[in-house]
Design a protein around this ligand. Structure first.
Ligand SMILES: NC(=O)c1ccc[n+]([C@@H]2O[C@H](COP(=O)([O-])OP(=O)(O)OC[C@H]3O[C@@H](n4cnc5c(N)ncnc54)[C@H](OP(=O)(O)O)[C@@H]3O)[C@@H](O)[C@H]2O)c1
Length: 388
């Protein structure tokens, strides 16, 4: 896959000089990178000018919260199919990529001719890879979707709805016509998508069998997922004993065929999970956390008529313009109802008083912790700036 690279970039020192002292007093911040690589090595904080009044058909936004999702890491590495457009800023030499695909914005100014938005409205991004890791931006109205500001809808849920809960919703609704009492199996069940699947499934009267990696405090994790509505939680190690797991599942489901399997991991354990599916079932692969192929025996296709799909939300969004608007409204309502808990998360605030060096070091540290794989919660950025 081709890698994106921009040359003639401002160094941290140069851009700091360009903004000199006044940059600290009147400026915004963006989390940017100039070329692909490991995020901890290439991502930095950049001071950017305050927003000018919005031109026609555009609005000014302050970003409330902007999550870091696994795909964002792949975009920075240069191995993800969606590529961001480079951005240039007045007073900053060269161009950069602003990180982030998902985020919650609040409208702070409205340009002439804007019909669907007003000051104070909440919005999420309609267009992908807009660069949400920043304090503020000027964005065309047509690239935004309004989120109803319902009582009970938290900022964290609103900021994280368009990727993981939206994926979970599509996975549960677009492949098999499931009815109350039906069963779903999934791996990566403690991921943000997995937690959303558990909750949306429980709300729809579906039962879930959830696979996770083993750990010292596995009972704590089992309990957390059961509190969200997981019917059963097993580890991949337990899945190794195929005969015992099959017997358990048969007892739990009372012999009912499981028609939907959701895979975001890959590798041998995915094959074992697919072995739990019944006749005419659908296995949907939407992630590849183990970075391994999905080995499915021919017998599953021949004798059980298994159908294997891939799902990519970006493609779904491109093909489902109107449904996307309805999906935002639906998820906002579910979240506001109190029947959908926020994903486990940590909010990292980039203070506007921090120097570029300090802010850059904070963000590099975040990516180092993400790369270690030990965080086990979603990191959500709160990038402060003067337009915020
Ligand atoms: N196709 C789409 O449209 C779409 C949309 C949204 C998300 N996704 C994908 O869905 C996946 C989950 O995303 P997320 O934001 O929900 O993730 P997340 O909250 O960051 O959670 C990551 C999950 O991956 C597991 N994991 C990490 N490395 C693993 C490995 N080597 N083997 C097995 N499990 C591993 C983690 O388990 P531990 O807790 O044990 O570390 C955790 O359950 C990602 O692959 C993401 O790219 C795809």
């Amino acid at each position: 896959m081709s890698r994106t690279r921009i040359l003639s970039l401002p160094s941290i020192a140069t851009s700091a000089r360009l903004f000199s002292v006044s940059a600290r007093i009147q400026a915004n911040r963006a989390i940017v990178y100039s070329h692909n690589g490991q995020p901890a090595d290439v991502v930095r904080a950049l001071t950017i000018p305050n927003l000018t009044p919005p031109p026609p058909q555009t609005v000014n936004l302050r970003f409330v919260l902007s999550p870091i999702n696994p795909a964002d890491v792949n975009v920075i590495e240069g191995v993800y199919p969606s590529k961001p457009q480079p951005s240039s800023f007045p007073g900053v030499q060269g161009s950069v990529f602003v990180g982030g695909n998902e985020g919650l914005g609040e409208v702070t100014g409205v340009g002439e001719g804007v019909r669907s938005l007003k000051r104070g409205d909440w919005v999420v991004m309609k267009t992908s890879q807009l660069g949400t890791w920043r304090s503020a931006a000027n964005v065309p109205e047509e690239q935004l979707l309004k989120v109803p500001r319902l009582e009970g809808l938290s900022e964290v849920n609103a900021a994280t709805m368009m990727v993981n809960p939206a994926t979970a919703y599509c996975l549960l609704s677009d492949f098999v016509a499931l009815k109350r009492g039906h069963w779903v199996v999934q791996n990566g069940a403690n991921s943000a998508v997995g937690q959303a699947v558990i909750q949306l499934a429980r709300n729809a009267g579906l039962k879930t069998i959830n696979f996770v990696r083993s750990r010292d405090d596995i009972d704590v994790l089992r309990q957390e997922l059961q509190d969200l509505g997981a019917t059963h939680v097993l580890t991949y190690d337990e899945l190794d004993d195929k005969k015992a797991v099959k017997a358990k599942v048969k007892e739990w489901t009372n012999g009912q065929d499981i028609l939907l399997g959701l895979n975001c991991v890959g590798g041998e354990s995915t094959m074992a999970m697919a072995g739990l599916l019944g006749s005419n079932a659908h296995l949907v692969t939407y992630g590849a956390m183990a970075k391994r192929p999905v080995p499915i025996p021919a017998s599953f296709y021949i004798f059980k008529n298994l159908t294997s799909h891939g799902f990519w939300l970006s493609r779904w969004y491109n093909e489902n313009g109107e449904r996307k608007i309805k999906l935002v409204e639906k998820l906002a309502r579910i979240m506001a109802s109190g029947k959908f808990k926020e994903p486990k998360h940590e909010i990292v605030t980039i203070e506007k008083e921090a120097s570029e060096e300090q802010a850059s070091s904070t963000i590099s540290e975040v990516f180092r912790r993400i790369a270690l794989g030990s965080l086990r919660k979603k990191v959500i950025l709160n990038v402060k700036g003067d337009d915020k």
